[in-house]
Structures are given as C-alpha cells and as structure tokens.
Design a protein around this ligand. Structure first.
Ligand SMILES: C[S@@+](CC[C@H](N)C(=O)[O-])C[C@H]1O[C@@H](n2cnc3c(N)ncnc32)[C@H](O)[C@@H]1O
Length: 294
C-alpha cells in the first residue's frame, strides 16, 4: 500500500466516526444489520457477475458480509479483499473469515486514496460503503486505477431519505420528543450522498467509468417480524436505533428524551404492523459501470 502524508489524508471525520460509537454500533449489531441488509448485498453481487478465479475488492466492507460472500463465489483460485477504515469492524470481519475458513482478506485503508496490493482487480463491489468520501470524484478516480481494463464496478446506495419510509417513519414519530433534527446537507458525505442519480452518473463518468447503469430498486423491507404487532414493533424499534437517521437523532440525547422518543416510535410502528411484521418501503440504486478497454 502506498504511504500518504497527513496533509493528503481526507475523510478524517468518517475515520473517527467509524472507529468510534458508529463503528461499535455496527459491530455490536452485526447479525441483525446483516439480516436486514442481505437482500442489498445479494443484489450487488448479482450485478457484479463474479466468476470463479476472479479478483474482487469490497469497498467499505465493514464487518465483511459481502466480502465473505464474494470469496465464496470466486473461490481459492481468486481473491476477495475487503477494505475499510474501521479497525473494529475489520476485526469482526477477520474473525468471521477465520471461524468459517473463508479465504477473504481484509485491509485497513481509506479506499479513496489507497493503492491496494494484489491487483489489478476484475471487479469492485460495495454494499452501502461508497457514499462517505469527501471527494467522491477523486475517490473513484483512484479506485478505477486498481481495476483491469474491462473490470466491473457494482454497488448499492440509498436513494433520497424521503423515499425510504423505513427510515422516515420512525424518525418522524420520534420528533415530538426531540429537539429539532437538523436537515441533512444535500450531497454531503453520508448515507444519502448518492441519492441523486445525475450526481452519481457525473461522478463515475468524470472518474473515467463507462457503461454506467443506475437502476432503481424498490423493496418492501421487513424491518421486523413477530408473533404480534407489538412484538414486531418492539424489534423494529431496536433495529431503527441500530442504523439510519433515528439512530443519529438519538445520539447524545438525555435518557428521558430517548425513552419518550422510543415510546412514540413503538406506538407508530405497532400501528403499521401487519401479520407479516413491520414492512416498509426502501429505495436504493443499483449502480454498475466498467473501466473501458483501450
Ligand atoms: C454503512 S457501512 C456499510 C458496511 C458494510 N458494507 C455493510 O454493508 O455491512 C459503511 C462502511 O464504509 C466504511 N467507510 C467509510 N469511508 C470509507 C473510506 N474512505 N474507505 C474505506 N471504507 C470507508 C465505514 O467504515 C463502514 O464500514
């Protein structure tokens, strides 16, 4: 991996967050989050069309679910390398690979500036791991260098928060118990940075990608199932505070406000629960692109 000086290091806030409470929350709740996000990883892997023997990088791999799945597809004749800035999440990823004798490997690095060993790679994948770059065009200009000519990119990212009812419904229910929640800054690094299709297309084109396809994927997300609406809602509340804007809004709130907010969320989610559980619309883009052959 190439060395960088301090003045070249972007994304320091993200590095701090994902090595702090945010990364800890994702690691502690890894099983639950993986269950929730599995359909998105599956869709990404399908879009990447990985073949046995290929070499693949998983950008922002976190606790490694999609890297492990990619390694199982490319096999021991290929290579799957997960890259992430979060030491705690990578520790969990390595532990999982070790426990299952999975050949996936992991590197702690900022994907926007790292030049990872073992390339050129046939493909790059990411499940919700590419929306956090301070300088996205520079980041993808760096990433494309690690692909072979003809190499593929496939990732999933959230569309606008307003289209993701599984996130807005719990947040809106909690609002009366919380101080005003600051609206997110459009395009800022974070879960919704790639909400605008045109922006994603421009970033990838400016970085040198071709054959860019950005396809909406609308899924009814099962936030939680349960024996009764109350039980499903209780689990859905737990999940709502594991990731997403409600989790962020509750951070640093006093216990009293948290308790009041969670009671409102429980009531709301119970009111929308069906016999199948708490099932709400979720909206993503599935993005694919290619590095042109000369
Ligand atoms: C929303 S989580 C997704 C994690 C994982 N892909 C999953 O689906 O479970 C975003 C991940 O991106 C990682 N990340 C953020 N900025 C990064 C960067 N510049 N380079 C590498 N990883 C980054 C975070 O540490 C975090 O693990």
């Amino acid at each position: 991996m190439t060395e960088t000086t301090d003045s070249q290091r972007p994304n320091q806030q993200q590095v701090q967050d994902w090595n702090g409470a945010l990364g800890e929350r994702w690691t502690t709740n890894q099983d639950s989050l993986d269950a929730l996000l599995q359909p998105y990883g599956d869709a990404t892997l399908m879009a990447a069309r990985l073949q046995p023997g290929e070499r693949v990088i998983d950008i922002g791999c976190g606790c490694g679910a999609t890297t492990l799945a990619a390694a199982a597809t490319v096999g021991r004749g290929g290579a799957a390398l997960g890259v992430d800035v979060s030491a705690i999440m990578l520790e969990r990823a390595r532990e999982r690979a070790h426990n299952t004798a999975n050949p996936a490997r992991f590197a702690e690095a900022d994907a926007s500036i790292a030049m990872l060993e073992g390339g050129p790679f046939d493909a790059m994948i990411s499940r919700f791991g590419v929306m956090f770059f301070e300088h996205p065009t520079a980041a993808f200009s760096n990433l494309i260098k690690m692909l072979r000519p003809g190499g593929r990119l496939a990732f999933v990212c959230w569309r606008a928060m307003a289209e993701n009812i599984w996130m807005t419904l719990p947040l809106d229910a909690a609002r009366p118990a919380l101080p005003p929640v600051a609206p997110s800054i459009p395009d800022a690094p974070g879960p919704f940075a790639f909400a605008r299709r045109e922006r994603v297309a421009n970033i990838l084109a400016d970085a040198g990608f071709s054959e860019i396809e950005i396809t909406p994927q609308d899924v009814m997300m099962t936030l939680a199932a349960g024996a009764s609406p109350a039980e499903a809602a209780a689990l859905a509340v737990t999940r709502s505070v594991q990731m997403g804007p409600l989790a962020a809004a509750l951070r640093d709130q006093p216990a009293e406000a948290r308790t009041a907010a969670l009671a409102l969320v429980q009531a709301k989610l119970e009111s929308v629960a069906t016999p199948s559980g708490v099932v709400l619309p979720a909206a993503t883009w599935i993005v694919t692109a290619r590095k042109a052959t000369p």
